[in-house]
Design a protein. Structure first.
Length: 233
């Protein structure tokens, strides 16, 4: 016979039983309250998830309305540029669709209210003008502290007739000064077309030998802060 069998443990006293019972009741109450809170949160979450599709649709509608207001201004400015440069009754029209916070925008052109292929009878001149306008608009929306307002336009006048180039440059020059942009324009057109709208003009001259590369010739300079930035000799 084991020694423990000779000394069995005494049963807890009534006071101890009562203390344990009260502890368990208090713990039960705490767990019951937590359960009620969890059920309440579950119900609120279920109600929110039920409304989520309608909320998402409303946000898409508001976003589309906001984009619509912005695009109206974009259409007006691009249409003005087309009419001013090409002297034709052309209008830029946009269509936008917003889904899950992402917008898809398409651009088209109308003549006298009728859709027109932007390449029909225009070459790429309409594309040139719209492309420049969209780049300037996009750049103007970026935070100035994070993005320098500098843009390179590489042969954006390649499809324009020479007599239309000064008109395009006049608009670009005005926008650059208004928005404090720094622009570098590269062109194969005659440099005289840019004389009134550039603060500095350079010509790249191919050297007789390939080893010497190209030579940079300064044709015009205005030593002041301008759309091409400050110039120093």
């Amino acid at each position: 016979m084991a020694l423990a069998d000779l000394n069995p443990p005494l049963p807890p006293s009534p006071e101890e039983v009562r203390r344990r019972w009260q502890t368990l009741r208090a713990r039960q109450q705490v767990l019951w309250e937590r359960q009620q809170q969890a059920r309440q949160q579950q119900q609120e979450l279920a109600a929110f998830l039920k409304q989520a599709p309608a909320i998402a649709d409303r946000l898409d509608a508001l976003s589309q309305q906001l984009f619509g207001d912005i695009l109206t201004e974009v259409e007006r400015n691009l249409t003005y540029a087309l009419e001013e440069i090409l002297e034709q009754n052309l209008k830029v029209v946009t269509a936008t669709e917003v889904k899950k916070g992402k917008a898809t925008i398409s651009f088209s052109v109308e003549r006298d209210g009728q859709p027109e292929d932007i390449l029909t009878g225009q070459g790429g001149s309409v594309c040139n003008i719209i492309s420049v306008g969209l780049r300037l608009i996009a750049l103007s929306q970026l935070p100035e502290r994070e993005h320098r307002r500098f843009l390179i336009l590489d042969e954006q006048d390649c499809w324009l007739r020479p007599d239309l180039v000064p008109r395009q440059m006049a608009i670009i020059h005005t926008i650059a000064r208004k928005l404090n942009f720094q622009l570098l324009v590269i062109s194969h057109h005659d440099l005289s077309l840019f004389q009134d709208y550039a603060d500095r003009i350079y010509r790249l001259i191919l050297s007789p030998t390939a080893a010497d590369g190209v030579r940079l010739e300064l044709l015009k300079s205005e030593p002041k802060t301008s759309m091409l930035g400050p110039y120093h000799d």
